[in-house]
Ligand binder design. Structure first.
Ligand code: NI
Ligand code: MN
Length: 227
């Protein structure tokens, strides 16, 4: 009964839930921070927050090779089906479902969601996961929003939030997000991939730890954080 979360650079995460492999936003190919090849990973489940290329990434090829169940919003699941991968489970914002590895609820995210070929990707999302009794919030690409306080009321063991600025909330708003979410631990992501979203993550981590009780993890790529 263990859960570990690993950041692979940008917004690419993998989760090991007592041996079951779950990928979130599997952007390996052309991810400047990533050391892992798309054809080296395995996934029983693939979760996709929104349609942008840096999140859909290698989802089609990995899902096909691994026969993964893809979990996302209705529009992205329909697009996956149109790409030839029919093993999908569509949900939508506010809706939760008990999957074999854990409960997945789609949460609000303030962002866009066009797919790589220009198709409409529906509303972008985050995920509130309940796995092995642990609550994990993965924000996806989003601005700061005050309803993060409601998500925090779930009693989070871990929150994964963007800090890169420009496309998502930046370091200052992410500090406020940490306060709203009140998680035991936070992993910052969606930064340093490109010059446009370069951030001093060590300075950000110090601010988080000086202003509250939330621990900061995942600052090293490919280093699993065990909950
Ligand atoms: Ni995006
Ligand atoms: Mn992005």
């Amino acid at each position: 009964m263990t859960v570990s979360v690993t950041w692979h650079g940008h917004a690419t995460l993998s989760m090991d839930v007592s041996g079951t492999k779950v990928l979130i936003d599997p952007f390996f190919t052309d991810n400047p921070l990533c050391n892992v090849e798309a054809d080296q990973v395995n996934a029983a489940f693939i979760l996709i927050t929104h349609g942008h290329g840096d999140h859909v990434g290698d989802a089609v090829s990995i899902a096909e090779r691994c026969d993964s169940l893809v979990i996302s919003n209705f529009e992205i699941c329909s697009w996956m089906t149109a790409q030839g991968h029919e093993k999908v489970h569509a949900q939508h914002i506010g809706g939760g479902y008990q999957h074999p590895f854990g409960h997945v609820k789609l949460t609000l995210a303030f962002h866009g969601s066009a797919l790589p070929d220009g198709s409409y990707g529906g509303m972008p999302a985050g995920f509130l996961l309940t796995v092995e009794g642990k609550k994990i919030y993965i924000a996806g690409d989003t601005a700061l929003f005050s309803d993060m306080q409601l998500i925090g009321q779930a009693g989070l063991d871990l929150a994964v939030i963007p800090i890169g600025d420009n496309f998502t909330m930046g370091p200052d708003d992410a500090i406020q997000a940490v306060k709203f979410l009140n998680a035991k631990a936070v992993i910052p992501y969606h930064y340093n991939t490109w010059e446009l979203i370069e951030q001093d993550v060590a300075a950000w981590a110090e601010r988080v730890q000086s202003e509250g009780d939330t621990a900061v993890f995942g600052l090293k790529i490919d280093e699993p954080y065990t909950l």
